[in-house]
Design a protein. Structure first.
Length: 253
C-alpha cells in the first residue's frame, strides 16, 4: 500500500459522465474496468468522495453506494481516517467460501478453523521475526497494551487481538499470506468473541501474546513459531471448553 495519497483517477483512467437512473452501477463498472485494465492497481488510493462525485458528475450519495458495492465485491477496502484503497480482489471471494463452510457445521467448523491456524500462524510468526519493521512492531506492542487494559471489554480486546495477528501476517512480507489471513478475519473475530468469557481465557491469551512479542523483538524465528503454537493450542483448548459448556446448556434447557 502506498504511503502518500495517490490520485490515480486523474492521471490514468478517463471516465464518462453517467446519465442513467442507476448511477452507482455505472460508477462501479467504470472503476472495475480501470482495475481490470491495470490503470488502478492494488494499493492505489481512490480520491475523496467529493472529488469522485465531481469527476463522475453525480451526487455523493451515488458515490457512497458505488464504494459500498465495490467493497462487497472485494475490490476496495475503506480504512477510517485513511481513505479507500484498491485490493487484489481475492480476500472477499475466499472469505465468502470459508464463511459458508464453517457455518454449515458450526461445531466442526470451529475445530477446523483452529487446526487451520495451527498450520498457518506458527510459520507466519517464523517468517515475520527476521523481517518485521519497527512500525509493525509498534502496532504489536500497542495491541498488547490495549488487551491488557481491556481484559473485561470483549469488543476492544478482540479488535486489538486481531490487530496483533494481522501485524504479524503483514510483517511476513508475502501478500498471499496477508490476503489469506485477512479472508478469515471475520471468523477469527467470532471465534475469539465466543471464547472471551471462558474463565481465565483473556489472561491466558495475554501470557502467550507477550511470549510471541518477545520472540519477535528478539528476531528469533524458532522461538516465535513455538510461542505461536502454544498460543493456538490454548485457543483450541478454550474453544473446546466453550463448545462443551454450550452443549451442557442446551441439554439443560
Amino acid at each position: 500500500m502506498t504511503n502518500e495519497p495517490l490520485d490515480p483517477l486523474a492521471a490514468k483512467p478517463v471516465y464518462r459522465i453517467v446519465k442513467t437512473s442507476r448511477l452507482y452501477e455505472q460508477i462501479v463498472q467504470q472503476v472495475e474496468d480501470s482495475i481490470l485494465k491495470g490503470q488502478l492497481k492494488p494499493g492505489d488510493q481512490l480520491p475523496a468522495e467529493r472529488d469522485l462525485a465531481q469527476r463522475f458528475g453525480v451526487s455523493r450519495t451515488a458515490v457512497r453506494e458505488a464504494v459500498k458495492t465495490l467493497r462487497e465485491k472485494g475490490l476496495v477496502e475503506a480504512y477510517s481516517g485513511r481513505g479507500t484503497f484498491v485490493t487484489n480482489g481475492t480476500s472477499q471471494a475466499i472469505r465468502q467460501s470459508l464463511d459458508l463452510m464453517i457455518r454449515v457445521n458450526q461445531q466442526e467448523g470451529s475445530a477446523n478453523l483452529a487446526e487451520l491456524r495451527l498450520v498457518l500462524e506458527p510459520e507466519i510468526a517464523g517468517l515475520a521475526a527476521p523481517r518485521i519493521e519497527e512500525q509493525l512492531l509498534s502496532t504489536m506492542r500497542e495491541a498488547v497494551a490495549l488487551m491488557d487494559r481491556n481484559l473485561h471489554d470483549p469488543d476492544a480486546y478482540v479488535e486489538a487481538d486481531l490487530d496483533f495477528h494481522l501485524a504479524l501476517a503483514e510483517a511476513a512480507g508475502n501478500p498471499l499470506i496477508l490476503s489469506l489471513l485477512d479472508s478469515i478475519v471475520g471468523l477469527l473475530r467470532e471465534q475469539r468473541s465466543r471464547i472471551f468469557n471462558v474463565d481465565g481465557g483473556p489472561e491466558r491469551g495475554q501470557y502467550h501474546h507477550k511470549r510471541i512479542l518477545a520472540a519477535i523483538e528478539q528476531r528469533d524465528p524458532e522461538a516465535a513459531r513455538e510461542a505461536m503454537r502454544a498460543h493456538l493450542r490454548q485457543v483450541l483448548a478454550d474453544s473446546s471448553s466453550r463448545v462443551k459448556s454450550d452443549s451442557r446448556l442446551k441439554m439443560n434447557s
